[in-house]
Design a protein around this ligand. Structure first.
Ligand SMILES: Cc1cc2nc3c(=O)[nH]c(=O)nc-3n(C[C@H](O)[C@H](O)[C@H](O)COP(=O)(O)OP(=O)(O)OC[C@H]3O[C@@H](n4cnc5c(N)ncnc54)[C@H](O)[C@@H]3O)c2cc1C
Length: 329
């Protein structure tokens, strides 16, 4: 079959590789300039910042096996980090012992590796789906061409994007649209800080309580990341929701203040920037592993499907959901 996949995050790329290896012809459409989606690295003159997903863990045997394969080829490594809990400046042992992995040299490098050998069209936003006899046509918009162009026809189409972005495209499928419309991803403001000198904090990452920030981590403690002292901090979902329409300058100032309060470090950053993730992580998943309508040949996958895991909104969910959909197809 000729299959179109919308979204080049871990779920879209995993589905694409799997379907291509089964003999299908796959085209991936990605609205951003690069692949990886929320597993991305912001490049700056001070080095990269993994400002979305921080690391991943594996609960299922299938994902453990995939990580073992990625480790063999050097795409990912374990992150042996000292993680703690921080509460009003007090440091306590974190008590969370999962094995954590990171792609090297940055989070987005995994997506780049997975995209090798795939037909990925970047800076191409799919704005509508249309049924053309028994096939699908995509309306695709890019910066270069101001009007939407038609792509296809395709025998099947997969949406590997957050539910808020999938819903408008699912006007062509009322049952899926209704289901997907019920799921929301919570937002997250992310703060990136670079320092001239080491802060010498006695941890590499911390879950923070009683703060605007819920998580901070020393990006440069990850193996094979460019040297320096760079920290990534994530605001809590509650604070991010309340301040979702703040401009980036205002969010940056408020979160930088929270970083100093949480760590007790007075050292000022030489670089600070904030990034708003409007759709960061799901809290309430759809119970099934993916959606697939064999008659219409349209499917949906992503990290907001439960895939029999306890947690949700993680890289592992996205990976397993994509595999489940490829299997259905
Ligand atoms: C701040 C933050 C922290 C996180 N921390 C962790 C963590 O520590 N561990 C963990 O396991 N997970 C974490 N996650 C979640 C993890 O990043 C996601 O589960 C995973 O990356 C989701 O992959 P995906 O392919 O399903 O979606 P995405 O990565 O969102 O990929 C979807 C892609 O589709 C593109 N797209 C959207 N609409 C269109 C369109 N209409 N046309 C074309 N392209 C489109 C987007 O640009 C994007 O590239 C975090 C996420 C965030 C934001």
């Amino acid at each position: 079959m000729q299959i179109a996949i919308v979204g080049a995050g871990i779920s879209g790329l995993t589905a694409a590789r799997q379907l291509q290896s089964q003999g299908h012809t796959v085209t991936v459409y990605e609205k951003s300039a690069g692949v990886s989606g929320r597993m991305s690295t912001r490049l700056t003159e001070f080095g990269g910042f993994d400002h979305g997903a921080q690391y991943f863990t594996a609960a299922s045997d299938r994902f453990k096996k995939e990580i073992a394969d990625w480790r063999k080829v050097g795409w990912v490594v374990p992150w042996e980090s000292k993680l703690v809990s921080l509460d009003c400046g007090a440091v306590a042992a974190a008590g969370r012992t999962s094995k954590r992995f990171v792609p090297v040299p940055g989070m987005s490098s995994l997506g780049k590796q997975l995209a090798h050998g795939l037909d990925v069209r970047t800076e191409q936003q799919v704005v509508a789906l249309e049924k053309f006899e028994k096939q699908w046509l995509l309306s695709v918009k890019s910066e270069m061409v101001p009007i939407a162009a038609s792509a296809g026809p395709f025998d099947a189409v997969i949406l590997a994007i957050p539910p808020e972005q999938a819903t408008p495209l699912l006007q062509v499928h009322s049952a899926f649209s209704k289901k997907v419309g019920k799921v929301n991803l919570e937002p997250c403001w992310s703060l990136m800080l670079a320092f001239q000198t080491p802060l010498n904090l006695p941890y590499d990452g911390a879950w923070v309580s009683h703060s605007r920030l819920g998580w901070i981590s020393r990006d440069t403690s990850k193996p094979d990341h460019r040297a320096g002292e760079r920290w990534v901090c994530h605001a809590t979902a509650a604070w991010s929701k309340e301040h979702i329409e703040d401009d980036a300058e205002r969010a940056k100032d408020k979160l930088t203040k929270a970083f100093h309060e949480a760590t007790g470090s007075p050292i000022q950053a030489i670089h600070a920037a904030a990034h708003r993730w409007r759709f960061a992580q799901a809290t309430e998943p759809l119970p099934e592993p993916c959606l697939w309508d064999a008659k219409q040949r349209i499917g949906v996958c992503g990290d907001w499907f439960a895939v029999e895991l306890e947690g949700v909104g993680r890289v592992e969910n996205a990976f397993l959901s994509a595999l489940a959909l490829a299997k259905e197809i």
